[in-house]
Write a protein that binds this ligand. Structure first.
Ligand code: GLY
Length: 564
């Protein structure tokens, strides 16, 4: 009895120690709610909203607006993204606020006379900007599920932009780079202080123009962005600089609530984003394949492990390229078939455990591998959970925007298949589901995911990284569900990436042993090293103890899990 008491007492002490020192350890613990995002100050904004009685949607909206201020590489009001939302009753819904092609777009708008993409214009020109969706998406989610007034959840971002927040070193480094990039006039002075010098690390960085735009959104909701003064200024800027987005595009933009795609893995429910994201369906297809693996015979990170995971990726990405696009333009997409157990079984049957497949014989890829998107995860005291990924594409999107408005536009049009009908074994895909059309949403790889157990959130996870997103979320999910890893270990464990074409297996350089590399090459895999894959922001929830555990990937040192 005494011993039992002592043990409980010391466990309690250990737990209190972990709570109070949680910033010192890789994981953060909490009882009442948590936000894990790419910027700690923004996670704090979200947690303050939770403390004020807001729910996970309120906190997510506040965090998203805050990241548009603190993490301008990917946090945004000029881009788009997705929310996966699990409610207290276990029901899951999603919001699609992916950008849309402007009304004046055409399938060949980026091609020169030689039929090739002209001057990288689908990434690096104002034509690359899709009609932004973020404000509409956050507004729609808040209108339906938020608890606190809209103004209250936008105000913290207004404050951060107007009064400033502590300028961090990573922004300081970026600012030095942009200072010389005269081709991007907005960016040259973007990080400046009132004296026209780059803000010093540790000093307050103020963004008055952005604060002003955010005030319009705060006061008028979605109309503050899609109509009136801001919309007029967006149109003026586009007209003056060769863009095609008009007030009509903005007024017509809508965010859509869509049914989540659902799969299972050994008793867990996996909820993901349906098309126009390829993330949910491809993740579920690959998890279904993993369910067929005899894990008793395969050690984590062994050659066989990497091989079987890479082969599942190869097949998942081939199907992605062949079938997926905007559901409003592709009503016949076989998503249910792709996420079925039977399809995984078919795909698994021709997987040789001793030899790499050849992508040409598996079938079709897609060029871009945009690195800057951002993900955050939220959970509240009632067990509502939000998994939100949104993006500008690449770092700082198109790196252009109006100085008066103070925000950067996305370059998401680059996610469409730019050259109709031309698919190569290098990077290019020209399949029909993802060709450009007015008001169409470009296919995405963003994979905001919630895993549920008995109707409660178990894991909330997501990452930036272009097409690598699907694979890093996939492996982190597998690490937690199959290998019972703690969330921080699951996030930090070695990741690989295969996207069918190019037929290359990418791995994290310092995390794969020379022996494994040799063995994989002998099996026919073509290897390519990378410093790191994924920037995962995850939360796990223990329904028995009610303890929430969060971890932010060390690949993003400014990130932070904040709980209370
Ligand atoms: N911009 C990344 C994606 O949508 O996949």
């Amino acid at each position: 009895m005494k011993l039992h008491f002592k043990r409980s007492f010391f466990s309690l002490l250990a737990f209190i120690f972990l709570l109070t020192t949680s910033q010192l350890v890789a994981q953060t613990y909490a009882k009442n709610g948590m936000v894990v995002s790419a910027n700690k100050a923004s996670s704090e904004v979200g947690v303050e909203i939770l403390k004020k009685g807001g729910n996970a949607i309120d906190a997510a909206v506040a965090t998203a607006f805050s990241l548009a201020v603190t993490h301008p590489a990917a946090g945004n009001i000029g881009g788009g993204g997705f929310i996966v939302f699990m409610k207290t009753d276990g029901d899951v819904t999603t919001f699609d606020f992916r950008e849309k092609a402007p009304l004046a777009s055409t399938p060949t708008m980026f091609l020169g006379e030689d039929g090739k993409v002209k001057d990288n214009s689908n990434h690096d020109s104002l034509l690359a900007v899709g009609v932004p969706g973020t404000v509409a998406g956050l507004y729609a989610a808040h209108q339906k599920y938020g608890k606190l007034p809209w103004k209250d959840v936008v105000q913290p971002a207004v404050d951060q932009a107007e009064n400033g927040f502590e300028f961090i070193w990573s922004l300081y480094f970026t600012a030095q780079r942009f200072k010389k990039a005269t081709e991007y006039p907005l960016m040259v002075s973007y990080f400046d202080d009132d004296n026209g010098e780059i803000t010093e690390p540790g000093k307050l960085w103020k963004q008055k123009a952005l604060a002003n735009t955010l005030k319009h959104i705060r006061d008028k909701g979605r109309d503050g962005f899609y109509k009136g003064e801001v919309a007029q200024k967006i149109e003026d800027y586009m007209k003056a600089n060769g863009g095609i987005i008009t007030k009509e595009d903005l007024a017509k933009y809508d965010a859509v609530e869509r049914k989540a795609v659902k799969g299972t893995y050994k008793g867990y429910d996996i909820y993901g984003m349906p098309p126009p994201s390829s993330g949910g369906a491809t993740l579920i297809q690959m998890m279904n394949t993993m369910e067929l693996v005899d894990w008793e015979t395969i050690e984590f990170n062994s050659t066989s492990y990497v091989h079987v995971v890479a082969e599942a990726m190869r097949r998942g990405f081939a199907d992605r390229a062949e079938y997926l696009g905007d559901p409003d333009f592709n009503p016949e997409m076989p998503v249910d078939k792709l996420i079925s157990k039977a399809h995984a079984k078919n795909r698994f049957e021709n997987l040789d455990m001793k030899r790499a497949s050849v992508s040409d014989s598996v079938k079709f890829g897609h060029p871009y591998d945009g690195k800057d998107t951002t993900h955050f995860s939220v959970i509240d005291k009632d067990g509502n959970a939000v998994s939100l990924t949104y993006t500008l594409e690449h770092g700082y999107g198109v790196k252009m925007g109006s100085k008066e408005l103070g925000f950067i536009f996305n370059n998401e049009m680059g996610d469409f298949n730019a050259v109709p009908g031309v698919t190569t074994s290098g990077y290019q895909i020209g399949t029909p589901p993802n060709l450009i059309a007015p008001e169409k949403r470009m296919l995405s790889s963003m994979t905001p995911t919630i895993v549920g157990k008995n109707g409660k959130p178990y894991l909330v996870i997501g990452s930036p990284g272009g097409r690598t997103i699907i694979n890093t979320v996939f492996q982190t999910t597998l690490n937690v569900l199959e290998f019972n890893m703690r969330i921080d270990k699951a996030i930090e464990a070695m990741k690989i990436h295969h996207q069918w074409f190019p037929d290359v297996l990418t791995y994290e350089k310092h995390l794969m042993s020379p022996d494994t590399k040799k063995a994989l090459e002998a099996m026919g895999h073509k290897l390519s090293a990378r410093t790191s894959l994924g920037v995962l922001m995850g939360i796990t929830f223990d329904t028995e103890t009610g303890i929430i555990t969060g971890a932010s990937d060390s690949a993003r040192p400014d990130g932070g899990a904040v709980g209370y």
